[in-house]
Design a protein around this ligand. Sequence first.
Ligand code: C5P
Length: 344
Amino acid sequence: MTLTVLVLMMRYSRVSVGPDQPMYLASTAVFIAEIIKLCTCTGILAYNTQSIPRTIDIIRREIIGQPREILKMLIPSGLYALQNNLLYIALSNLEAATFQVTYQLKILSTAVFSVVMLNRRLTKQKWLSLCLLMLGVTLVQLQNVGTPKSPVVLDTKSDDGDSDFLNSSGVGDELDSSSSEDDSLVSQNPIIGLFAVLTSCISSGFAGCYFEKILKGSESDMWVRNLQLGISGSLFSFLAMFYDRQKIYEGGMFQGYSAITWCVITNQALGGLLVAIVVKYADNILKGFATSLSIIISGMISVYFFDFEPSIQFQLGTLVVILATVLYGRPDAAIPRFIRPQKK
Ligand code: C5P
């Protein structure tokens, strides 16, 4: 649910720019999301300890006193900062449907990194179920993005006819809507979008497994780990804002922010913390299943509450996701007797 809503809101927030409204800067949105995560983690730590002095003591001992642990987090946080920025680029340059289909590749990249980095063994049955999951969630997502129709007319070229990397990159730049006669025309570059989404898939798999390894390889509190991740993440996203320094200097950090921008940012921040909880108590592969099932459940709830009409592809996708989940959870099929190694 969070993911679907986030994707649709993120894209809507990037393509629906009013005539006089500047586009908000994605780099500032990513930075603010990191700050919200830091504040939330500190709040949860204070709630858990029920004491401000003890919280300060934990922060002093485990955060300020452990710079090496923060250094360890530079890799996943740098990748997450890159990935969070790339998502804005992807959604500014691809149709939501194309994005949803290609973004599901992160299910496979996560599985590959789980095998390589976490020494997890995946049988053929599990690989098959992961492929089915990808297929099923793609079908389901296509319905979500297929209706209602995108309200904007999208153009793949900038006005002078050239594909302009800077004007279509999304991050650090306003989408080029002002130069067009029609304000709803937004320039897009699908190649950049595709590159961004594929890089995000690889980054998501690697960073997720790296974080899981750190989280499960020590006794440290999950919220302390998230604070360490958040500190280096804020640093990276702060540096990313330098790309936009001129615009920030001229229009301020919050230029173009609307209620929907704040919803996107909050959703991304809280969604990120939810990811951490799932990785702690389950793992990155199961997170893929949880996300897919939540999309379906939210679809089903919408049938009752919002008169949502599931299409054939949504229903088929739901069946495939359920099949994939059952297949993944089942003990591996017994090896037929005739190919079982014979005992001497
Ligand atoms: O798509 P994926 O599951 O890789 O997305 C992970 C998201 O969760 C990223 O936006 C990342 O910033 C966030 N995250 C987080 N805290 C963690 C792990 C991930 O905020 N501990």
